[in-house]
Design a protein around this ligand. Structure first.
Ligand code: HEC
Length: 173
């Protein structure tokens, strides 16, 4: 037999269960610090987000030859895929060639892009030192740094890209 007391109690339990369910649907598991770090890849133009580590042009040549040349050609001249070097001064011509050196506004984007996306068939496989080395090499073949250059979180944001001044903020207040 239901009394008003038991109805009240069961309603209270139902409500409590509902509130609990709303707070915790019990789906999925908490992401671990390592899982979050694997997705925390953004490098800002000013270098925020760059990890510790470093790499030289000399180390980059070797890595590029092993892991990038097949798709991007000798010294980034292009092949199966995008050309990565050259094209300087071509943007205002009828046949613009957009490369890292002729087009990209920030050197730091190179680190972000390679870490997130390259090599195409195995993104995420390169260490921070390897990515700094490849970044140094790609800047070198674009004539942006010399062959002695060593990139790290302090030096890379200071690299001035040839086309950097030709970008404007679209959403200036
Ligand atoms: C299997 C072929 C392949 C390999 C190997 C490869 N890439 Fe790529 N790469 C691509 C493709 C395809 C794109 C264009 C991707 C897109 O536009 O979405 C690209 C784009 C790029 C870009 C951007 C070019 C631009 O101006 O937009 C960079 C930088 C780059 N790759 C660097 C590298 C580096 C460094 C390596 C070696 C660690 C590498 N790639 C290895 C296929 C490859």
């Amino acid at each position: 037999m239901f009394t008003s007391k038991t109805v009240g109690l069961s309603l209270a339990i139902t409500f409590a269960t509902f509130v609990y369910a709303a707070e915790s649907p019990n789906l999925g598991t908490l992401a671990s610090a390592a899982e979050i770090a694997a997705y925390d890849l953004t490098v800002m133009p000013d270098g925020t987000g760059l990890p510790v580590g470093s790499g030289s042009v000399a180390q980059g040549v070797r890595l590029y030859t092993e892991q990038c040349l097949a798709c991007h050609g000798t010294e980034g001249e292009g092949g199966l895929n995008d050309r990565l070097a050259g094209g300087h001064g071509s943007l205002a011509t009828p046949a613009p060639v957009k490369t890292i050196g002729s087009f990209w506004p920030y050197a730091t984007t190179l680190f972000d892009y390679i870490r997130r996306a390259m090599p195409y068939t195995e993104p995420g496989s390169l260490s921070s030192d390897e990515i700094y080395s490849l970044t140094a090499y790609l800047l070198y073949i674009n004539g942006v740094v010399d062959d002695e250059a060593v990139m790290d979180a302090r030096v890379l944001p200071e690299v001035v890209m040839p086309n950097g001044d030709n970008f404007v903020w679209a959403y200036e207040p």
